[in-house]
Design a protein around this ligand. Structure first.
Ligand code: SAM
Length: 286
């Protein structure tokens, strides 16, 4: 078995296939041996048998997942890693690598075809340049999955897992909390990667809700409203929503007041339920 955490081993494997790191693909490979076993344990908890991994790199996390899951399907964008992964993952019969873009492939189809009858989770050390788009795609596609265990930049983790209604909350906080219960698992220092990035990381867990805790009249319209509300953080919600969506201020003010909220409020102060109540009231005034 390859020592995929060992920088000398990684260099040797990559040199043999003429591979060089591409910063544009977020290629920072893990060299800290304690991280992947913890991520894999969390991904394979609660009877999960199938794991969809995004961005296996040379397979350091894939290796830990393969030892715990019945089946692992890993999606990798960079086809230069094909010879590397066939070498490092060759011994596992329960690992399948699909080369493609996690933002474009039909993930629902992959899950239905590859993991029939299994409980599934998603596990990844995400490429940082597409963290939010990937997480949002996983959630919005309403995939048949139990949980998402991902490593993201520390700051992104704080925002994603912030409480809706707290200073750190943003539009992504509302969206993620709409679909899941969030939890910070553990921090990972920048020294745990090769090459070393400029930021520290955090592993988070999102447990998918069977149905959202709130019921906006129209989901798409609701998220447009939330994005507009957070678009100008220094402004009040009334001013932000009015300038982005072109809705009369008086209508927004009366919607806020009719659900008992001051019209001077900023988006970061609203709870998930309050966002929903204001949006539904505003909709009914159209
Ligand atoms: N899992 C490995 C590890 O922990 O060492 C590598 C993680 S590295 C941060 C991110 C990986 O995602 C790279 O292998 C990169 O090529 C791949 N990647 C980047 N963009 C992707 C995309 N859109 N779809 C699938 N994989 C992608």
């Amino acid at each position: 078995m390859y020592k995929l955490y060992d920088p000398a081993t990684i260099k040797k494997i990559l040199e043999e296939s003429g591979f060089f790191f591409k910063k544009s693909l977020g290629q920072n490979f893990l060299i800290n041996p304690t991280v992947c076993p913890r991520m894999a344990e969390s991904a394979c908890a609660d009877g999960v048998e199938g794991v969809l991994e995004i961005g296996p790199g040379i397979g350091v996390l894939t290796n830990e997942l393969a030892q715990r899951a019945k089946k692992v399907v890993a999606i990798e964008l960079d086809t230069r890693l094909q010879p590397v992964l066939s070498k490092t993952m060759g011994e596992y019969e329960n690992v399948k690598v699909i080369f493609g873009d996690a933002l474009k492939l039909d993930l629902a189809d992959i899950i239905a075809n590859e993991f029939t009858g299994m409980k599934v989770s998603v596990c990844a050390n995400l490429p940082y340049y597409v963290t939010s788009p990937i997480i949002m795609r996983l959630l919005e596609s309403r995939l048949n999955i139990e949980s998402i265990i991902v490593m993201v930049q520390h700051e992104a983790a704080r925002r994603i897992c912030a409480e809706v209604g707290s200073r750190e909350a943003g539009a992504v906080t509302v969206a993620v909390n709409y679909y899941s219960n969030t939890k910070i698992l553990f921090n990972v220092s920048r020294g745990s990667f090769m090459p070393q990035p400029n930021v520290d990381s955090t592993v988070i867990r999102l447990d998918i809700l069977e149905k959202p805790a709130i019921t906006p009249n129209d989901e798409k319209g609701f998220f447009k409203f939330v994005h507009a509300a957070f678009s100008q953080r220094r402004k009040t919600l009334v001013n932000s929503v009015s300038s982005v969506l072109g809705i009369e201020k008086s209508k927004i003010c009366s919607s806020l007041e009719s659900v008992g909220i001051s019209s001077a409020i900023r988006a970061e102060k609203l709870t998930l339920q309050q966002f929903c109540d204001v949006y539904n009231t505003l909709e009914s005034k159209k």
